[in-house]
Design a protein around this ligand. Structure first.
Ligand code: B12
Length: 211
């Protein structure tokens, strides 16, 4: 079995202790860190999601897989950094109200930080009003990033963008949205400035937004 396949299997089985060791070994073997992330870990989460939909596994197993992935990402983090630190700027990031998914958001944060930005991470289940207050408190914030992973929290994303759009500071910030159920059409419809489908393109987009 290939190392990537091994990582994939152990992430989907939620093997919290073994995954970081396997990721370390894969790095030592010279496997591309992006391949470890995308084909080893993110694809494992897709499988876990599909098996959850099919009723083959349940929330506790999904949670363990998430923990295993987080441990793997910790090992991978220094190897994913773009090294391109010249951009700079301050950003606020969070997962919207009612939504507890944070793996994707954390990857977005990691890539944006490695592009030279300072990221204030508000965590998960963040009410619309908190985003507004934090932007008010931090006049140097240039970008706000919002994540939503559930179709049922897409309305909360809409609400948060609406609250930011109505605030008097709107012209000094850019809003970027993302998460598996989000599309460019939805982003346009709710009045966000940008959408991208993954963490690497999010970092690129944020650089463009502040340029
Ligand atoms: C792990 C997981 C959980 C964990 C989360 C742990 C954690 N700390 O995050 C736990 C167990 C808590 C969980 C709970 C639930 N989950 Co869940 N979960 C998942 C799972 C398997 C993986 C998510 C993940 O981490 N993916 C990997 C990351 C890297 O991908 P990502 O999040 O999409 O992020 C990427 C992009 O979207 C983008 N991105 C993300 N955010 C942002 C933000 C910006 C600004 C930008 C630009 C880009 C961007 O970049 C990221 C990196 O490339 C998914 C299945 C799946 N395939 O996604 C289901 C899934 C999202 N969950 C689902 C469901 C139904 C639930 C529950 C309702 C289950 C239940 N009955 O209780 C609860 C809801 C809890 C809540 N209120 O939030 C469904 C959602 C269905 C839907 N369409 O709404 C999914 C799709 C599973 C399924 N197939 O049914 N879940």
């Amino acid at each position: 079995m290939s190392k990537i396949q091994e990582i994939h299997d152990h992430v989907s089985k939620g093997k919290v202790r073994i995954v970081p060791k396997l990721v370390e070994e894969a790095i030592q073997e010279g496997i591309d860190p992006n391949m470890i992330l995308n084909e080893g870990m993110i694809s494992a989460m897709d499988d876990v999601g599909a098996r959850f939909s099919a009723g083959d596994l349940f929330v506790p197993e999904m949670l363990l897989a998430a923990k295993a992935m987080k441990k793997g990402v910790e090992v991978l983090k220094p190897h994913l950094a773009s090294g391109d630190q010249e951009a700079g700027g301050k950003m606020i990031l969070g997962t919207v109200h009612g939504d507890l998914h944070d793996i994707g958001k954390n990857l977005v944060r990691m890539m944006i930080e490695s592009a030279g930005f300072e990221v204030m991470d508000l965590g998960v289940d963040v009410p619309a009003q908190t985003f507004v207050e934090k932007v008010k408190e931090n006049p140097d914030v240039a970008v706000v990033g919002l994540s939503a992973l559930l179709t049922t929290t897409m309305p909360a994303l809409r609400e948060a963008v609406q609250a930011l759009n109505e605030a008097d500071f709107r012209d000094r910030i850019k809003i970027i949205v993302g998460g598996a159920p989000i599309t460019q059409d939805f982003a346009d419809e709710i009045g966000a400035d940008a959408y991208t489908p993954d963490a690497a393109s999010a970092a690129q987009k944020v650089k463009e937004l502040v340029a």
